[in-house]
Design a binder for this molecule. Structure first.
Ligand SMILES: [Zn+2]
Length: 408
């Protein structure tokens, strides 16, 4: 496998007085060691690799399916060279070891192409380095494969069938927002539509969509990029994260111009996302008129179906959760078996909450009613909540109740 690996580095470190460090970093043994760690991580679908300096040596851990595990302990003598090799690959300045730096490189290992985002931070025992792996692949995840309940899926599809408006996916970092957005875009993408996207990380390439991303030397703001994208008049625009007023304004203007605009936002729940837009400075009536749907989500660990253990739901808990439970309702806990490498968990499962604007809800938004009354109204309209979706999935044995409650 090792001989098939190719690298494409973003920038070159200035060559002047770094030859010595560079030679050490490019020592054959070090290169092989780093290559094999990278290749094994990609092979095992790791999302990130952590090179953690210890008092003596360097621990290498990878995260697979949300779980960290140690893959290697490297000796003290190669510690610096391993870090430097990765810094060289990702175009960082290897003469500087006391400042945080970030870099980027691409790697082809066999059939797979990946993008690696590298971050380094000085710590007590040397530089700590993280490699985040983005698997470049065609987006093939379909909406129905994301694990939405039938009612959420049907309602969301109905909302997507509107041909204009702002579609937001919210949740904390690493909650699978991009995957959901890509699946949503695939759902509505047709050959007779012009689709354009701009996002700092292109996780998937979507056939039929023109995709761009800012690079290190970009001399424009993200909001300016969104404006420029909208000027090309796409029918469908995907614009990454909305972080500030300018970006929110560009997104909302786009949604008004008869197009579907897809974006992410970091927010605890759907109603908070509405409030965020207003807090950023968007007029409430514009928010009410442009938002087509907000999907709020979390990713939690999936229980291993081969070894999970059922237990009855006790009466006090039923009361506390405030749902009507079927008789013989059971929750499940992890155990561990060879199928799940004795972890009790296998992969991840998403829980969803879908906000769809109604006339009544929009009235409350325009009247700047507090989020609490919006939440109550949404509940009365039967809109799904994260808690309800999670508890139902816990009852179905997909995940533990504890993880659902922790994720809210
Ligand atoms: Zn198991």
């Amino acid at each position: 496998m090792a001989e098939k690996i190719q690298f494409e580095t973003a920038r070159r470190t200035p060559d002047a007085d770094v030859k010595q460090v560079r030679n050490a970093a490019e020592d054959k043994g070090v290169i092989q060691e780093v290559d094999s760690v990278l290749a094994a991580a990609v092979d095992g679908n790791a999302t990130d690799i952590h090179f953690e300096p210890q008092q003596e040596g360097l621990s290498v851990r990878t995260r697979v399916g949300g779980l960290m595990s140690t893959v290697k302990e490297m000796p003290e003598r190669t510690k610096g060279n391993v870090i430097n090799r990765l810094k060289v690959l990702s175009g960082m300045d290897i003469t500087k070891t006391k400042i945080p730096q970030s870099g980027f490189f691409r790697m082809t290992a066999g059939e797979r192409k990946v993008e690696l985002y590298v971050y380094v931070l000085p710590t007590l025992y040397g530089e700590s380095l993280v490699v985040k792996i983005q698997y470049k692949q065609s987006a093939t995840m379909k909406l129905e494969q994301l694990g939405m309940s039938p009612s959420v899926l049907t309602s969301y599809r109905r909302a997507l069938a509107r041909n204009s408006g702002l579609y937001l996916v919210t949740g904390p970092p690493a909650s699978g927002k991009r995957t959901t957005l890509y699946a949503s875009i695939l759902e509505v993408l047709k050959p007779d539509l012009l689709a354009m996207g701009f996002d700092p990380i292109v996780k998937y390439e979507i056939p039929g969509m023109i995709q761009g991303k800012p690079d290190d030397r970009s001399e424009f703001t993200f909001a300016e990029a969104i404006d420029a994208l909208m000027k090309q008049e796409p029918d469908l625009a995907y614009i990454g994260d909305i972080l500030n007023l300018d970006e929110a304004r560009a997104a909302i203007q786009g949604a008004f111009a008869k197009r579907r605009v897809f974006a992410r936002m970091t927010a605890n729940d759907a109603i908070n996302a509405l409030q965020n837009l207003i807090d950023m400075g968007i007029q409430p009536f514009l928010v009410a008129a442009s938002v087509a749907a907000i999907l709020n989500q979390r990713l939690i660990r999936r229980l291993c179906p081969s070894c999970r253990e059922a237990y009855p739901v006790d009466e006090a808990l039923k009361k506390e959760l405030g749902f009507r439970f079927p008789e013989n309702a059971r929750f499940y806990k992890p155990k561990g078996c060879p199928q799940c490498e004795f972890r009790g968990f296998n992969g991840q499962v998403a829980i969803f909450e879908l906000y769809l604007p109604s006339e009544e809800l929009n009235k409350l938004v325009v009247a700047k009613e507090p989020v609490q009354s919006l939440r109550q109204r949404a509940q009365r309209e039967g809109q799904s909540s994260l808690k309800m979706d999670g508890v139902l999935k816990a009852l179905g044995g997909l995940c533990t109740l504890e993880e659902v409650l922790n994720a809210l």
